[in-house]
Design a protein around this ligand. Structure first.
Ligand SMILES: Cc1cc2nc3c(=O)[nH]c(=O)nc-3n(C[C@H](O)[C@H](O)[C@H](O)COP(=O)(O)OP(=O)(O)OC[C@H]3O[C@@H](n4cnc5c(N)ncnc54)[C@H](O)[C@@H]3O)c2cc1C
Length: 418
């Protein structure tokens, strides 16, 4: 393969891997592959500086400890300036008076045997860190703003046509272009799922009584409300609820929404004061029926979108990155064709079961906890209480939440690819 041209917008370049979509998943993949010696081009429709603006994405992500290890192995975590350790996770049912249930599920870092169960990082900080890590890779070529208009597979190559009129030829195209993936659509890959009637109200608050490093998931009558620890006694709020209600709440004055949140959490965190605007994110479940075609594969939200109640969507996408990078680097070392279905099927087989299991578990939780029928309520409360009292069950959930269950690719073990 020829190395990419160093010019800003070449009319035509030739690389090993073309990644469509330079979001959190696509850019991490590009950093991983280029760090292992492959030449990579990333195309994103947004100007590179736009995602770095503070107002671009008010979300924060609960990164599992295995994913955190991976970001360290890739030299990305070193650029993250603010990260808050998650020391405990508390999942609690709530009764109609909105008081936390005495029966709740709680597991901590000792259950996982790790320094922390995970790390809370504001997405804006992850984007800045990724940008810095990408800038240090001479064989990573960023093409933005631009987009993949179409592509043709011809023998050992896939050739993509860009909106700018440029062209990229690669051995492999990875569609990391998000939930409405055009790569997935161009291949006519069906996806299964449905929009939820719920949207997530997202904001950041200051907690008068602090959080003590605990991440809370409270199943309130309006929907699951996550209070996720950030630095300086701030917390990221993700409150999934009826879409119209979420819009109405987002339109409230900051003081009124802060009061609403303080009431909804029963005053458990003291007064909650908004320190960022409120955004509304529509929610859906969507799973691609296939992940692989000759010379093309999918990763991240392009392959799977799940409910955010378990905070696992990005973790799933970054686990895709770990597995795909592992498979591709190993294949290229022994001279295999990295765009062949033989190689790509190994990646899909590695990731499929984990993805479907987690998506179904989130779906089950969403349904179970959005139902106020008496026996169901007793069943779920008993379920939480049972898990809480059985140490091996707690350890099982803690390892899963930490992303350390199953056969882990090297990056998730914190090992380098090369
Ligand atoms: C409210 C909420 C809270 C969440 N909290 C968590 C959490 O705590 N932990 C967690 O693990 N996950 C969480 N998630 C999920 C997580 O945010 C997503 O799974 C993740 O951001 C997906 O990243 P991605 O790179 O696959 O897709 P995206 O972030 O959608 O990136 C896709 C990229 O592709 C580009 N693009 C799109 N189309 C084209 C095109 N045609 N040409 C070129 N470029 C294109 C876009 O500009 C974008 O940069 C949450 C999600 C929501 C909605």
């Amino acid at each position: 393969m020829n190395p990419p041209s160093p010019t800003a917008r070449p009319a035509s370049i030739d690389v090993d891997v073309l990644v469509a979509g330079g979001g959190l998943v696509g850019l991490t993949l590009a950093v991983a592959l280029s760090g292992a010696g492959l030449s990579v081009a990333v195309v994103d429709r947004l100007p590179p500086d736009q995602p770095l603006e503070t107002s671009f994405d008010g979300r924060a992500s609960a990164l599992s400890f295995a994913v955190w290890r991976m970001l360290g192995a890739l030299g990305i975590a070193q650029h993250i300036t603010v990260a808050e350790p998650i020391l405990d996770i508390v999942v609690t049912d709530a009764d109609r008076r909105r008081q936390p249930s005495p029966l709740s599920l709680q597991f901590d870092r000792d259950d996982a045997g790790e320094e922390a169960l995970g790390w809370m990082v504001e997405n804006r900080h992850i984007r800045v860190a990724l940008d810095a890590a990408a800038a240090a890779r001479p064989n990573l070529h960023r093409l933005a703003p631009d987009s993949v208009e179409g592509f043709d597979v011809d023998g050992p190559h896939v050739t993509a046509r860009l909106a700018s009129g440029g062209q990229v030829r690669a051995q492999l195209l990875v569609g990391a272009d998000g939930r409405n993936s055009q790569v997935r659509e161009a291949l006519k890959i069906r996806s299964y799922g449905w929009p939820y009637r719920q949207s997530a109200l997202v904001t950041t608050v200051h907690l008068a009584a602090g959080h003590g490093g605990t991440a809370y998931e409270m199943f309130l009558p309006d929907g699951p409300l996550a209070v996720l620890p950030l630095s300086e006694d701030r917390a990221n709020i993700v409150w999934s609820q009826d879409s119209r209600l979420a819009q109405a709440r987002a339109g409230l004055a900051p003081e009124a929404l802060g009061h609403d949140l303080t009431q909804a959490t029963g005053g458990a965190f003291g007064a909650m004061t908004l320190v960022a605007p409120a955004d509304v994110w529509p929610l859906e479940l969507r799973l691609a029926a296939e992940w692989v075609r000759p010379r093309v594969t999918l990763a991240g939200d392009a392959a799977h979108v799940i409910h955010p109640l378990a905070g696992q969507g990005l973790n799933l996408g970054l686990k895709d990155v770990a597995a795909l990078a592992d498979v591709l680097v190993a294949a290229s070392r022994v001279g295999e064709d990295i765009g062949s279905t033989l190689v790509l099927d190994r990646y899909a087989a590695w990731r499929r079961a984990d993805t479907v299991t987690l998506a179904l578990a989130c779906e089950g939780f969403t349904r179970l906890f959005s139902n106020e029928i008496g026996p169901l309520r007793m069943l779920r409360t008993a379920g939480l209480g049972l898990v809480d009292t059985v140490a091996p069950a707690r350890r099982f959930f803690a390892r899963h939440a930490g992303g350390a269950a199953g056969d882990l690719p090297r990056l998730l073990r914190g090992e380098a690819l090369a």
